[in-house]
Write a protein that binds this ligand. Sequence first.
Ligand code: MG
Length: 301
Amino acid sequence: MDGLEIVDKRFRSYVLPNAPLEKLADGFRWLEGPVWFGDRQCLLFSDIPNDRIMRWSEAGGVEAFRKPAGFPNGQTRDREGRLITCSHHDRCLKRTELDGTVTILVDRFEGKRLNSPNDVVVKSDGSIWFSDPPYGIQVDYEGGKQERELPCNVYRLDPRDGSMTVVADDFDGPNGLCFSPDERRLYIADTGLQFAEDPVQHIRLFDVSSDGRSVRGRGVFHKVSPGNADGFRCDEDGNVWSSAADGVHCIDPSGALLGKILVPSQVGNLTFGGRYRSRLFLCASQTLYAIYTNARGAQRP
Ligand code: MG
């Protein structure tokens, strides 16, 4: 099984020995924010240092979707299908309305400017959860150096009334986040302090409260190695498919590594898409890859 590393035999049922890793496009600077639009059969993704959102489709290949785009990072869709984008430079969450206009959803907390929202997920109740490390305002390359005003929090935003609460405040650098398929769990990556010699880097596990509005920490879920977990997604069985320095790691709900899809460049984020939500799209440094799997991306309840 070329390009696959089987750690646990259960991984064999989630991958396809005859499905190649396909290079869809390259020549980017740093890819992030993949989000699949099933109704349009296309992928949107961020090319952060080039300050643009790109679009890929089987029929049309790659084209610029928006530029400038505020140095975009993580992206998702809300319950109405609208695009939600983290913006480093503008230090906010943006929503692209169905008519194409862009709304700033939030750029402040208690009067202070957000740092540089990194990744975002929408829960089935419509609430928007996002991480806010300072990575995008510490370097010009990813958004422009700016002064930090807030700690590195993870927030829950209710877009109906604009209310926002801190759901986790003890991260060095909160990054990717993902709910389990039943939304009883929330996984959040900590990618540590930028420029630190030995930064804290792992995925933490949280239980979601019964009212769905807060979380309780249960400690470290998994430490990805080599490299670290940046963005990740769950499949229907609750496995976590995480980015890593050597590709994609598939981790079962107990935290055990099942296997890897090896990729020539570091993967920063990924998402399931395609007709059956079984095709993994990989934002891998300067290259966009895809690979068909035998798993299916989780759908929200
Ligand atoms: Mg990230």
